[in-house]
Write a protein that binds this ligand. Structure first.
Ligand SMILES: C[S@@+](CC[C@H](N)C(=O)[O-])C[C@H]1O[C@@H](n2cnc3c(N)ncnc32)[C@H](O)[C@@H]1O
Length: 147
């Protein structure tokens, strides 16, 4: 279980069995359900934009059709708070801005899941999708908030 802790502007909190990730006043997420629409259909090499609490990566680990997971996270503080407490042998963590990563990677992915905004977003989903489609087949980029 991810321990309650703080690092930089980030905090992991727990209330009534649920774990939350905050950045200052921003509620990034909790570990409730909502990712199965992606994690159950993905297969092969899968990219994930945003570590958060690692919920997507954990679910992908349990999917036998997924062979490899690459998680891209912009914040070293989030990585330090969360990554050491996950048991996801198929996954690699990359500390990078997803925008920079997608523009520069030579990896080819079978699926990619993008979830790097909390409420307001400075890029539209279609921009993220266009960027990801350089490394992923077009119908295999899924984004939080679009379904
Ligand atoms: C809502 S959480 C992701 C939740 C994640 N899908 C999960 O399974 O727990 C958003 C995460 O994206 C990260 N993030 C925000 N902007 C980013 C960017 N440009 N590149 C990579 N990660 C980013 C945040 O630090 C945060 O950890």
């Amino acid at each position: 279980m991810i321990p309650v802790a703080e690092k930089g502007k980030f905090a992991i909190t727990r209330r009534k069995e649920k774990t939350y990730l905050y950045e200052g006043g921003i509620h990034w997420m909790d570990d409730g359900p909502g990712y199965e629409f992606f994690t159950e259909l993905a297969s092969g090499t899968v990219g994930v934009g945003g570590l958060g609490l690692g919920c997507v990566a954990k679910q992908l680990q349990a999917n036998d059709d997924v062979s490899r997971i690459v998680v891209v996270e912009i914040s070293q503080d989030v990585i330090d708070l969360v990554w050491p407490h996950l048991d996801i042998p198929k996954a690699t963590i990359v500390h990078d801005d997803l925008d920079h990563y997608l523009r520069t990677t030579t990896e080819k992915f079978d699926y990619f899941y993008i979830d790097v905004w909390a409420g307001e977003n400075d890029k539209s989903i279609s921009n993220w999708r266009k960027l990801a489609e350089q490394s992923v087949p077009p119908d295999r980029v899924l984004c939080w908030g679009e379904v």
